[in-house]
Design a protein around this ligand. Structure first.
Ligand code: ZN
Length: 391
């Protein structure tokens, strides 16, 4: 048994890089032991909203300290298998009223063997007005041991009735240096790899970590960002669209597998099972639940992956624009500078902006469930430099 005490550098808040203000805020709430019952965590994708919420839930229920990261309770929260902590997201465009009613009934249950029941809604921005109104009552008069944590990109993404009843925690995009530091200290990467991954992932920690840790993920990204450089005709655009869709699907698949493997390893640790040890029959249901959850996530994961593919493409046109305006700044895709200079020559500043608009339209259409191939074809057609299009 380890007798070390947890240090600030090695507890549940340690991975919230570049979020010192938030970490201080949450630590003092946990220390005061009398938390507000409704919270709104906001921040752009990749800023670590869900991780912050998970760390908060662990710290509130830690049995050895204030989020030691080592006690059984902390480890259960880290592997998403703590009975009193629920992390909820939806695969649908919006939450159904029934989903919200289920949550409210969960909120009524006493947290067996834990201090707090914590319910984290990872995408509160996907709640319709009707669903929100159902939730509102429980947020106004929460059961005494229940804490709600709603996550959304920005406060404007949730209804004002909810917003006004929650205490606000605002995460920022962590600086490149902080993300690179994390990759070096936690994941053992060399400085150069870490900085490359942080920069091309635009400081999205999860994406940076995946790029840094997987040659296939880097290859997939390279394929995506080199597409606009190659596409010069309608038939190439159609092929490129198919490639984008297949890259996104492969990405989603790889991610689902690695997340499931991680969760299974976490669950094994928390149950005290060795990595290769056979799972005793009475514990199998818990593993089955993880697998089912993973399958449910898969569909949404393709949509998320398509979105990230589009974000990767966006970096190409941001670089093109930097080159056109001769800002002299380092490019996000510095390693493709030669190709990007050629692309920049083929596009006017207006056309580069139009490409960024086309990308943002495509992101909206993907979120609205327009078939991926259609949305991507329309996009790729718009990305063909005009000079070539008229020929
Ligand atoms: Zn703990």
């Amino acid at each position: 048994m380890s007798t070390e005490t947890a240090t600030a550098a090695d507890d549940v808040f340690a991975e919230l890089v570049g979020q010192d203000a938030v970490v201080n805020q949450l630590r003092s709430v946990v220390a005061a032991a009398n938390p507000t019952h409704a919270w709104l965590f906001t921040g752009p994708p990749g800023s670590g909203r869900s991780n912050a919420a998970r760390a908060f839930a662990a710290a509130l229920n830690c049995t050895e300290g204030q989020g030691c990261g080592r006690c059984r309770s902390c480890r259960l929260v880290a592997s998403d298998s703590h009975p009193a902590v629920s992390l909820v997201s939806t695969e649908n465009v919006s939450y159904r009223i029934e989903d919200v009613r289920d949550l409210i009934s969960t909120a009524q249950d006493r947290p067996q063997g834990a201090r707090w029941r914590v319910i984290v809604i990872e995408d509160a921005d996907r709640m319709t007005e009707r669903a929100t109104n159902v939730l509102l009552k429980s947020i106004e008069e929460p059961p005494p041991q229940t804490i709600w944590v709603l996550c959304a990109p920005s406060p404007a993404d949730v209804l004002v009735t909810i917003r006004s009843r929650c205490r606000h925690v605002s995460l920022r995009v962590p600086p490149t240096e902080a993300v690179a530091d994390l990759l070096v200290t936690r994941d053992g990467l060399n400085r150069q790899q870490a900085e490359f991954a942080a920069r091309v992932a635009q400081n999205h920690i999860g994406v940076a970590r995946r790029l840094a840790g997987s040659a296939e993920a880097r290859e997939r990204r390279e394929k995506v960002v080199s597409l606009p450089i190659r596409v010069r005709s309608a038939s190439q655009a159609v092929l490129a669209a198919a490639e984008l869709v297949s890259v996104a699907e492969a990405e989603a698949q790889a991610e689902a597998e690695s997340r499931l493997a991680q969760e299974e390893a976490g669950l094994r640790r928390s149950l005290g099972l060795e990595l290769e040890e056979k799972i005793p029959p009475k514990l199998r249901a818990q593993f089955k639940r993880l697998q089912e959850e993973s399958a449910r996530r898969a569909k949404r994961s393709v949509t998320d992956s398509l979105d990230r593919t589009l974000i990767d493409l966006t970096t190409v046109y941001r670089d093109v624009l930097s080159l056109k305006l001769q800002a002299g700044a380092e490019l996000i895709n510095e390693h493709l500078r030669g190709d990007l200079e050629q692309l920049a020559e083929a596009l006017s500043p207006e056309q580069s902006l139009a490409c960024l608009d086309a990308l943002s339209d495509a992101r909206i259409r993907i979120r609205q469930n327009v078939p991926a191939q259609l949305a991507m074809e329309a996009l790729m057609m718009n990305l063909i430099p005009r000079r070539h299009r008229l020929r």
